[in-house]
Every structure is written in C-alpha cells, then in structure tokens.
Design a protein around this ligand. Sequence first.
Ligand code: ZN
Ligand code: FE
Length: 241
Amino acid sequence: MPITATAIPLFTDNYAWLLRDAATGATAVVDPADAAAIEAAVLREGGRLDLILLTHHHEDHVAGTDAVRARFGAQVAGAAADAHRLPRLDHALAEGDTVRLGESSGVVIDTPGHTRGHIAFHFAEGGVLICGDTLFSLGCGRLLEGTAAEMFTSLGKLAALPDATLVCCGHEYTAANARFALSIDPDNTALQARAAEVTALRAAGRPTIPAQLAGERAANPFLRARDAAALADIRARKDRF
Ligand code: ZN
Ligand code: FE
C-alpha cells in the first residue's frame, strides 16, 4: 500500500515531512526541527506518531526530535554513522536497511556529501524519496563535510530511482536554484519550463516541492554533471553565485 507525503513548512525555508501509511494510518515525521509545528501537524492528522526519521545531524533538521519523541512516544531512526551526534536512536541505520511504517517500507540510501552521515529514504510503493539536504529541486546540498566525488555518487543513486519518484527535500531553495541553473544552462528547455513553473508557484505562495525526479534529471545541473570534476566545478560556482 502506498504512503502519502505532506510537507510541513518550518522556519524560513525548511520542510519537515509527514508520512502516512494509507492501509494502517501509521504515521512518521521526517526532520522534526520545530517541535511545536510538528505537534500541531500530527494533531491535525489524528494525533498518531509512530516513527521519527532523521536525514542528517544539522540543527535545522533534528532540533525538535526529543520533544516530539516525548510528546508522542515515537521511535527515532537515523544514520548509524552519525549516532554520536544525533538524538538518541532507537534504530541505527545503514545503506540497504529497511524502515517499516505500517504496511509500507522504505529503504535507506547512504548519501554522504553534505554531511558524512547523511541518509535518504526511498518508499518505492508510494514513489516517495526523502532526501534531506542531498538533492534539492534544481540544486544539491553544499559540500560541508564530504567531497564532490561522494556527492556525485550519492546523487547518482537518487537519479537511478523511477521517473515518477516524488523528491521530498529539506528546503524550499528552488527559486534561487533556478536562477543559478539558468545562468549556466540557459538553453535547456526543461529547465526554462521548470523555472517558469517555480516562478508561478512562488507568486501564488505555494511550495515547489515535491518535484518529480524525471524533471530533475532533465533540468537540475547537479544531476546533469557528467562526472565528479564537473560537479565540483558547478558546486564551486554556485557557492560564489
Ligand atoms: Zn543540512
Ligand atoms: Fe538544512
């Protein structure tokens, strides 16, 4: 049975995600950095929270974890590699591990680059990819702890998922990413179309996320980079943009 993914806007541009297993009503939240906002979202959905998923250790992703755990009694799952700097984990995860949410299951994908212990979650039946600060719409995370080669490999794993996969990332950075992407790939018609769509969505006060993976493959310059050196060059230019 599929799961549904709903964005919960936090702070200025963060997204937490509420995942709900349609068959059982089991519910998870991803990156609950603002406990009050997460509590309100969970209560709106009926007050059940089974699982907290963490993509990486940054405060704008994990800050509310212990408060949300205490409030709802949920289990916490995150990367074993970063267990020393994450909230206490009930499930310490590595590449290929499975997280269960009711009758749905998600596979853990190791995605270092932005941070060393960054992980993503792919719920194949719902077509949902939870990717934190690794892949953004039209962008990718900064290389704060990893190398361009690591990020290239991480993005390659995500890009190999099915076309219709919904990219549920950790930030609403799409408009700024579109400006940069157009500066280096101005003749890309898929990018032009996505940029126009993003402008319209933001003008209407609507999120640009989730994005479809097929569209990202066509328009995102970081997914279109042919090798790690090309990715390093584009990332360095974006850092200065
Ligand atoms: Zn981050
Ligand atoms: Fe972040």
